[in-house]
Ligand binder design. Structure first.
Ligand code: ATP
Ligand code: MN
Length: 529
């Protein structure tokens, strides 16, 4: 047995340290969470915590330091906001000062299942539950790998510290989540939400990998008995986690992957599933993954620790993180070969896009660059109109480089490995939000099964009018009336108006890809009005 040598203040970049809890076991974290009064234990033994004021990420407070040489690579704008190096240095010093002398949790993990390109990352946090969260989400090093673990990137999470001078600094708010590529450091202040660490390192992977010619992707992945790999791209809430967790296919990962010359690999060591309306009947694997070592966030429970999964009293974004081992049918290599099928998931609250369509190569590029989904508007002031979201590559919020850098790599890899692409609408059918209803998980799964077992290639196809999408005329396990969205709407005129409106939004959004880059002018593959 190797002796665990305590980390020094110097090694952590701090002036002094209190008690350093370095790479605690799940049981030790559990004890810390209890003794710090950070959460409560659900009836089945799962730790439940509240994530504080923020129950989601704070994208407007995310920055990159604007400095040489990375500034030439970054796609600066609303998503990748610039922070002057002097301001970063000032905040960094404040964070280090703040954390000095405190009791801290230090957690080491890898991002990336491929030994050649994985990144050793260190997280320094004040809460045990934040350590628990990153332990769940990142790849847990083995004992020998922890021996002499040399982080190549460090996240200092001073979540209780706010930036009082944010106005003077010209920043968005007192919250800051700031990345320094040259120094290999990120600093967080003002938000406790763990997702900043997860998606923050994902963002860094989206910087590091494409520069080496490796594609990084916001997608889930699983593999069938014959080794056929499927990728599921999609924005939040479209079904990446729900649909990749498939009893008949091994789960590779539910959110972030890379694709290199050997195939695909997960970045993470765990999953982060939505809990709202979760049921054992509809999603048994995820439901059963909620047990000791998993970490529930912002769920509501009664005095007996029984969770009410239908309650959104704290937030709609209730979540659970769990190590991937909690899904029995996972692939422990966290890797797979080159994908056979790519599925773009969208949750179309307008009810216009078909439940499943097969894309041409050009359509695949068009829908990838468009990155469409639609949110159901909240209940504020009686707004029921869905809100269209276009986020390039189904993850623009996490892309430091220009979206075409990722699209180019995807296009090349799809051509090289002869990959088929499909668009699957997990959203509304038979009418938009308020009139129609959401596709059942069962019906969506039937569409996906038809793609994955190849039976979709044996049926006849039709084409839709506005979007000119190729749709199957029938599929086993799916109500034929649903397959053509126009047929599923009772009010055909309303459908035509809505389809026309949505097509217009796609066209408007895609203009940014037609102005200065002929390589990515896939306008012809998009809808017409
Ligand atoms: P994130 O990027 O935020 O993790 P995600 O793409 O992984 O999002 P999921 O966690 O899979 O999204 O969320 C899909 C949600 O929609 C789940 O709560 C699921 O129960 C629900 N749902 C309802 N109908 C469907 C359907 N037909 N297909 C997929 N999910 C559905
Ligand atoms: Mn997910």
């Amino acid at each position: 047995m190797s002796v665990k040598v305590a980390l020094t203040a110097h090694e952590l970049g701090l002036k002094s340290v209190g008690k350093i809890h370095h790479n605690l076991s799940y049981d030790e974290l559990f004890e810390q969470e209890i003794s710090n009064d950070e959460g409560a234990v659900a009836a089945n033994g799962t730790m439940m915590v509240d994530t504080g004021k923020f129950t989601g990420r704070s994208p407007k407070d995310k920055y990159f330091v604007h400095q040489k040489p990375s500034f030439e690579n970054l796609a600066w704008g609303k998503i990748n906001k610039a922070m002057a190096p002097e301001i970063f240095d000032e905040l960094h010093a404040e964070v280090l000062e703040y954390l000095s002398g405190k009791d801290l949790y230090v957690t080491d993990g890898f991002c990336g299942a491929n030994q050649k390109t994985r990144k050793p990352v260190r997280f320094i946090t004040e809460f045990a539950w934040q350590s628990h969260f990153v332990k769940n989400m990142f790849i847990r090093p083995g004992a020998s790998e922890l021996d002499g673990f040399a982080p190549q990137f460090t996240v200092y999470n001073a979540c209780k510290l706010v930036n009082a001078k944010w106005e003077q600094h010209g920043l968005n708010s007192e919250v800051f989540v700031s990345f320094n590529i040259e120094k290999n450091v990120a600093i967080i202040g003002g938000t406790w939400y763990g997702g900043e660490m997860k998606k923050g390192i994902f963002t860094m992977m989206n910087y590091w990998l494409p520069i080496q010619g490796i594609l990084s992707m916001h997608c889930s992945a699983n593999v069938g008995k014959d080794g056929d790999v499927a990728l599921f791209f999609g924005l939040s809430g479209t079904g990446k986690t729900t649909l990749s967790t498939d009893p008949h296919r091994k789960l590779i990962g539910d959110d972030e992957h890379g694709w290199d010359d050997d195939g695909i690999f997960n970045f993470e060591g765990g999953c982060y599933a939505k809990c709202i309306n979760l049921s054992a009947e509809n999603e048994p694997e995820i439901y059963n993954a909620i047990k000791r070592d998993a970490l529930l966030e912002n769920v509501v429970s009664n005095d007996d620790g029984i969770i009410d999964f239908d309650s959104d009293a704290k937030t709609e974004n209730t979540r659970v993180s769990y190590p991937i081992e909690h899904i029995d049918n996972h692939d422990p290599s966290l890797k797979g070969g080159h994908p056979k099928n790519i599925i773009f998931l969208t949750c179309d609250a307008f009810g216009v896009l078909p439940p499943v369509s097969k894309l041409t190569k050009e359509q695949a590029m068009y829908y990838f660059l468009s990155g469409y989904t639609a949110k159901v508007a909240g209940t504020e002031r009686g707004v029921t109109e869905p809100q269209a979201t276009f986020s390039s590559c189904f993850g623009e919020a996490f892309l430091p480089l220009h979206p075409t850098a990722y699209a180019k790599l995807l296009g090349e890899k799809m051509a090289q490995h002869n990959v088929s692409a499909y668009l699957v609408n997990t959203g509304w059918v038979g009418g938009g939000y308020g009139v129609g209803k959401r596709m059942s998980i069962k019906a969506t799964r039937a569409c996906i099964n038809a793609i994955l077992d190849g039976s979709i290639n044996t049926v006849e196809f039709d084409q839709t009018r506005w979007f000119r999408l190729n749709i199957p005329k029938s599929l086993p396990g799916v109500d034929t009336n649903l397959l053509n969205p126009r047929n599923a709407w009772i009010d055909k005129e309303a459908f035509d108006n809505t389809a026309n409106k949505l097509a217009g939004m796609f066209i408007e959004n895609f203009k940014k890809y037609t102005s200065n880059s002929d390589d990515f002018d896939y306008t012809q593959a998009g809808p017409r009005v």
